[in-house]
Design a protein around this ligand. Structure first.
Ligand code: FES
Ligand code: MG
Length: 580
C-alpha cells in the first residue's frame, strides 16, 4: 500500500487503505468514485482532502459556503490533491430549539465519525455560525488528521436610518427601546431588513467573530483569515490557499495535536480578552482542550485574562464592527500588539510560528485596534471567573460588558425556577423588584434546560425600565449571547439541576457580588442551607429518549466545557476494520 508516484507525498496516506488495495476492497472504493466521474489520477496516492461543509438553508450565515467550498476545491486540485466535499450537520443559531448548544457536541460527533470512517488524509472545516466552529474543531481534534479551519467571515455591517448597527447588540437595544416606549413597533419592523444584509456570520464581536479570531490565535486558521468579510473576494482566496495547504499538510503535518499545545490555548485566552470576546469562548476552549488532552481550567482563563488589556473597540463592548476590524489589520495586528504576552513560537497551520506570521503586521486604524499603551480598557476588563458559596466550581462575568457601579454589589435575590416564569413576571408592573435586587434564574444549565441556552442577559423588568434602569445584577447557570451586555453572571457551576447552591436560593436572600475579589456568595448561614439541601429534590428530566437523553445523562458541567463525558479525548485516525 505505498502510494506516491508523483513525489507529492512521502509516506503512505490513510486513504491508500481504500484506494491502493488491488483486491475487491480497492475495486469497490475506486469503482464507486469512477461512477462519480473520477479517473485514475484520483487513486495514484495523492492526498484526499475532505471539505467539511456546514452549508444549510437553515444556517443563513453559511449561505455562501457552497462557493467557498469551490474555492477550497480549486486549491486542493491545484496542489495535486483530491477534494471530497462532505456535508455534516449544521447549527443555525437563529432557529434551533431549545438551543444550538444542545447540539454542539452532536455536530462534533458527526464531524469526528465522518472524518475517521472515510478515506480522508486532511480536512478543511467550513463553519462560522456560533457553535459550528467549536463543534467542527472538537470533532477534528478527536481524529487528529491535519486540519485547517476556514470560517465564513463576517457579514456586511447593518445600516438603519443612517446609523451603522450590529447583529445582536443593536437588536437587544431596540427590543429594550420598544419595551420602554422609546422606539415604535414600525421602526422595529423596519430595522429587521437593515441589520443582517448578506451571507456571513454576525459582524459584532459575538461568539462567531470571537471563535473565528480564536481559531486564528490557536494557529488552526491561516494567518489573517478570521476578519476577512464573507462577501469580500479575499475570503475565497483564504479558502483556496487553505485547500492548497491541506494537501501539503496531509503529507507533512502538522496535525491539530501538534498545534494545539497549552501555549496555543494560553494565546487564545489572551486574545479573547484583548478582542472583548464572548463568554461562550470559555466553554468552547475548555471543550477543545479536553479533546487534545491539554489541561486547562477556569483558573487559567482568569489568570491570563486578568493582565490583558482590551485593545479592540468592537460592539458589544465598544463601537465598531468586523469590517473596521479587518480594515484596521485584523487579528495579526492584535497579535503583534500583544507580542510580549504571547507564546510567539507557537506553531500554526501556515507552517510558521505566530511570531513569524505577525512580525511585520500593520495596525492601520488605531481607534479600532488600540495600542497596549492606549487600550480601550485597562487590563482586567475581560471575562473574570468568580467563586464562592453560590458557585463553588466557578461562574463567569464579562467585565467589559458590565456596569462598573455594579461590580461590587449586595442585593436581595428575586428567584425564578425557569426562564419562562421570569419572562412573564418581567412584564408585570407589580413585580416586587428594585434596581438593587439580584435576579436569579435557575434550571437553565447544561443538564437542566437542557443545553444551557443564551438567556442569561435577562430583560430588565418593565417597571424598572420605565424608571430608567438599564442594568442590574443577573445570575444564572445559563449562557448569554456573545453580542449581549450587562452585569450578568453566567455558567454558574454546579448548575441547579444537579443540586448546586443555585438550587437553594430563596426570594429575599442576600447575594454578594464582588468581581474585583472574584467572589459570588449567598449570605445565608450553613445550617439553613443544609436544611434546604435536605428538602431539595432534583427536577424530573424533560427528555427521556434520543440524543437529548444522551446529552442529559453525559453532559459535563460548564467548568469542564460542557462536552459529553465520553467524548473527552481522542480516538485517532487509524483506519477502522474493513468488513469485506
Ligand atoms: Fe449565525 Fe450570529 S446567527 S453567527
Ligand atoms: Mg450568538
Amino acid at each position: 500500500m505505498t502510494p506516491t508516484d508523483d513525489g507529492a507525498t512521502g509516506a503512505a496516506l490513510r486513504s491508500s487503505a481504500w484506494f491502493a488495495d488491488r483486491g475487491k476492497n480497492g475495486f469497490i472504493a475506486r469503482s464507486h468514485l469512477r461512477a462519480a466521474g473520477l479517473t485514475d489520477e484520483a487513486f495514484d496516492g495523492r492526498p484526499a482532502v475532505a471539505i467539511v461543509n456546514s452549508w444549510s438553508d437553515l444556517t443563513p450565515c453559511h449561505s455562501h459556503m457552497r462557493g467557498l467550498a469551490e474555492a477550497v476545491r480549486r486549491g486542493v486540485l491545484a496542489a495535486g490533491g483530491v477534494p471530497f466535499e462532505v456535508p455534516t450537520m449544521s447549527l443555525g443559531e437563529p432557529f434551533m430549539r431549545p438551543t444550538t448548544m444542545l447540539y454542539r457536541n452532536l455536530m462534533s460527533m458527526d464531524v469526528e465519525e465522518t472524518l475517521r470512517a472515510n478515506p480522508v488524509d486532511a480536512a478543511v472545516l467550513l463553519g462560522g455560525c456560533d457553535k459550528t466552529t467549536p463543534a467542527q474543531l472538537m470533532g477534528a481534534c478527536s481524529v487528529d488528521v491535519p486540519t485547517l479551519v476556514v470560517t465564513g467571515g463576517p457579514m456586511v455591517s447593518g445600516s438603519f436610518r443612517g446609523r451603522t448597527i450590529g447583529s445582536g447588540t443593536d437588536l437587544w437595544r431596540f427590543s429594550e427601546d420598544v419595551r420602554a416606549g422609546r422606539m415604535s413597533e414600525a421602526e422595529f419592523a423596519e430595522a429587521e431588513s437593515c441589520i443582517h444584509r448578506s451571507a456571513g456570520h454576525c459582524m459584532t464581536m459575538g461568539t462567531a467573530s470571537t471563535m473565528a479570531c480564536l481559531t486564528e490565535a490557536l494557529g488552526m486558521q491561516l494567518s489573517g483569515g478570521a476578519a476577512v468579510g464573507a462577501v469580500d473576494s479575499g475570503r475565497a482566496r483564504v479558502a483556496e490557499r487553505s485547500g492548497r495547504r491541506a494537501v501539503e499538510m496531509a503529507a507533512a503535518g502538522p496535525s491539530p495535536s501538534t498545534i494545539l499545545t497549552r501555549q496555543a490555548f494560553e494565546n487564545a485566552i489572551r486574545v479573547n480578552a484583548a478582542v472583548g470576546g464572548s463568554t461562550n469562548a470559555v466553554l468552547h476552549l475548555l471543550a477543545v482542550a479536553g479533546r487534545v488532552g491539554v489541561r486547562l481550567d477556569l483558573d487559567d482563563v482568569d489568570r491570563l485574562a486578568r493582565d490583558t488589556p482590551l485593545l479592540v473597540d468592537l460592539k458589544p463592548s465598544g463601537r465598531f464592527l468586523m469590517s473596521e476590524f479587518a480594515d484596521a489589520g485584523g487579528l495579526p495586528a492584535v497579535l503583534r500588539e500583544l507580542w510580549p504576552m504571547l507564546h510567539t513560537d507557537a506553531l500554526t497551520v501556515d507552517g510558521t510560528t505566530v511570531g513569524e506570521n505577525v512580525r511585520h503586521a500593520g495596525r492601520y486604524l488605531p481607534e479600532v485596534i488600540r495600542g497596549r499603551d492606549d487600550p480601550v480598557l485597562p487590563p482586567d476588563s475581560g471575562t473574570a471567573v468568580l467563586r464562592g458559596s453560590l458557585c463553588p466550581r466557578g461562574a463567569v462575568i464579562k467585565q467589559s460588558a458590565a456596569s462598573p457601579a455594579l461590580m461590587r454589589h449586595r442585593g436581595r435575590a428575586v428567584v425564578f425556577d425557569d426562564v419562562e416564569t421570569y419572562q412573564k413576571a418581567a412584564e408585570d408592573p407589580a413585580l416586587d423588584v428594585t434596581a438593587d435586587s439580584v435576579l436569579v434564574v435557575r434550571n437553565a444549565g447544561p443538564r437542566g434546560y437542557p443545553g444551557m441556552p443564551e438567556i442569561g442577559n435577562l430583560p430588565i423588568p418593565v417597571r424598572l425600565l420605565e424608571e430608567g434602569v438599564t442594568d442590574m445584577v443577573r445570575i444564572s447557570d445559563a449562557r448569554m449571547s456573545g453580542t449581549s451586555y450587562g452585569t450578568v453572571v453566567l455558567h454558574v457551576a454546579p448548575e441547579s439541576a444537579v443540586g448546586g447552591p443555585l438550587a437553594l436560593v430563596r426570594d429575599g436572600d442576600p447575594v454578594v457580588l464582588d468581581v474585583p475579589a472574584r467572589r459570588l456568595d449567598l449570605d445565608v448561614d450553613d445550617a439553613e442551607l443544609e436544611h434546604r439541601r435536605r428538602e431539595w429534590s432534583p427536577p424530573t428530566p424533560r427528555h427521556d429518549r434520543g440524543y437529548s437523553r444522551m446529552h442529559v445523562e453525559h453532559v459535563l458541567q460548564a467548568d469542564q466545557g460542557a462536552d459529553l463525558d465520553f467524548l473527552v479525548g481522542a480516538s485517532g485516525h487509524d483506519v477502522p476494520r474493513t468488513p469485506f
